[in-house]
Write a protein that binds this ligand. Structure first.
Ligand code: PLP
Length: 380
């Protein structure tokens, strides 16, 4: 019989899988499921980007590339990061098959057995798994009492961060809450990171999807340039989830170490996809349109929930919100899908029981239908 490693045995299959399995089963039986559990935009990839990918394939960009990614793309990413106020050259950037791989590599090079990593809860599901696979120990700071905002919870963060802390992960705008952290909150993070010599991952994958706020990149704060790893990607802003394209940027020493892992595992991101990424970084109008649609849907869902006397922390970015539900959120989500045929993700998957994550990356019709059904079945 095969024996499996501790590193993989420590990790649980994602709790979201139980919900999608249930949804698939009900759909196979002919049920019409309103799926508010998905973590991807419901728009097609903008046409100019698709064309650029096809053209690159036709032009023969089908071989291996430099492991870190083609120079033109790393230069374009460095320019994009410069627009965000971050000072990186192409040599500070590694292009990855998705931001998830970027995060995986960064965690692998920074975290080893027993290292302490601080997460802000609710936190995206894969951070925990990545840290555990690396052998790290988690300290979690709960933001559910502060409407998922960090600024009023800085004392709790200060209590969690110590000289033992190796790494802190910040994700603003946040999946699953849609919260965008204030500058004062980020300055609080900076003060703690500097005081305790902590490296910070700033996962900015939803940075381009915000509603009337302009999130600050953590690495722009004084004292943060050489302790911040900025992660971003193309999946969300350009509706390119299946293309698998992301990147991270950080100090050269980190990029050197991660580059080894990168070259020995994925080799590089897909060649013609990198060329499509170049086109994506030139794309503005399609992004503006998608963000406007998400904002309308956010307003719609917040209003519909208010009609049912349900108050939510209004998200300022991404396309998720946390719906307060029963303490047993797993049971609530299973019931909601079985009775109302509405799929959501239990908050406990993100470390925060008592909530369900709603994704509003769905048409207004489907969102209305979903809320109506939840109300009709007594779930609101
Ligand atoms: N980070 C966060 C917070 C996410 O929500 C996601 C996707 O769901 C990712 C990273 C990874 O995105 P991708 O690997 O598609 O670039």
């Amino acid at each position: 019989t095969m024996e499996f490693t501790d590193r993989v045995s420590r990790v649980e299959p994602s709790a979201t899988l139980a919900i999608s399995a249930l949804a698939t089963e009900l759909e196979a039986d002919g049920a019409d499921i309103v799926d508010l559990s998905v973590g991807e935009p419901d728009f097609p990839t903008p046409e100019n980007i698709v064309e650029a990918g096809k053209d690159a394939m036709d032009a023969g960009h089908t071989g291996y590339t430099t492991s870190a990614g083609i120079l033109e793309l790393r230069e374009a990413i460095a320019d994009k990061l410069a627009d965000d106020g971050l000072d990186h050259g192409p040599e500070n950037v590694i292009v990855t098959p998705g931001a998830k791989q970027a995060l995986y590599e960064v965690v692998q090079v920074l975290v080893q057995d027993g290292d302490e990593v601080v997460l802000l809860d609710p936190a995206w599901v894969s951070y925990e798994a990545m840290v555990k696979m690396a052998g790290g120990e988690l300290t979690r700071v709960d933001l559910s009492d502060t409407d998922f905002q960090l600024e009023p919870a800085l004392d709790d963060l200060a209590a969690a961060v110590s000289d033992e802390t190796e790494l802190l992960v910040v994700n603003s705008p946040s999946n699953p809450t849609g919260a965008v952290y204030s500058d004062a909150a980020l300055e609080g993070v900076r003060d703690l990171a500097v005081e305790h010599d902590v490296t910070v991952i700033s996962d900015e994958i939803y940075k381009e999807i915000t509603y009337g706020v302009e999130p600050t990149s953590l690495g722009t704060l004084e004292g943060m340039a050489d302790r911040t790893v900025t992660v971003n990607g193309f999946s969300k802003a350009y509706s390119m989830t299946g293309w698998r394209l992301g990147y991270f940027a950080g100090p050269e020493s980190l990029v050197d170490q991660a580059g080894k892992l990168h070259s020995h595992s994925v080799s590089s991101a897909v060649n013609f996809v990198q060329h499509a990424g170049l086109e994506a970084l030139e794309t503005d109008d399609a992004v503006t349109e998608m963000v406007a649609a998400f904002e309308d849907r956010r307003d719609l869902v917040v209003d519909l929930l208010a009609e049912h006397d349900v108050d939510v922390a209004v998200p300022e970015g991404a396309f998720y919100m946390m719906l307060p539900v029963d303490d047993d959120d797993q049971a609530w989500c299973e019931g909601a899908i079985e009775d109302a045929h509405v799929a959501t993700v239990p908050g406990s998957a993100f470390g925060t029981p008592g909530y369900a994550r709603i994704s509003y990356a769905a048409s207004e019709d489907r969102l209305e239908e979903g809320i109506e059904r939840l109300a009709a079945e007594g779930y609101l």
